[in-house]
Structure formats: structure tokens, C-alpha cells
Design a protein around this ligand. Sequence first.
Ligand SMILES: [Zn+2]
Length: 82
Amino acid sequence: MSPEPANCPICGAAAERLRAAPRGYRYTCPSCGSFHISARALGCRPGIPASAREDIRRLRAYGHLPYVDLTRDGVSISPGRN
Ligand SMILES: [Zn+2]
């Protein structure tokens, strides 16, 4: 499977994405870097908080592949598996 062009759901920049298991996408954004996002978190746009960008940056700085998901408490960003 090859990446498809898509705007980054975090910052809106022109990025690309790949389908990722189990459901969702792996985005590669020139500004945010690489992260996973679940289909339901994508569906909550534009509800992703502005702080998500900083959370992703921080997790990446520690070597994680951030995972953006939607829970009952709202959007959560956790350290995913590399
Ligand atoms: Zn971005």
C-alpha cells in the first residue's frame, strides 16, 4: 500500500497517510512528524484540541510514536508502540 496525500488532522499541513491496524491511519506530517490516529478520533474533527500538537511533539521527543484516540473523556494522546 502506498501513502495517500491528506491534510494533517492536527495542524492542517499537507501530509500523507497510510492505513494502519487495527483501525485508523498513520500520518506523516512535515510539521508534526509521524503519529497514529484512530478512525473515531479523526471523526471528531475539528474537536482535536490545539494542545494535541504539543503533546505529539513531546512524545516524539521521547522516541514514541504517538497514538491519538477518542475516549469518553475526549481526545487522548498516548505513547504508542514503535
Ligand atoms: Zn501536522
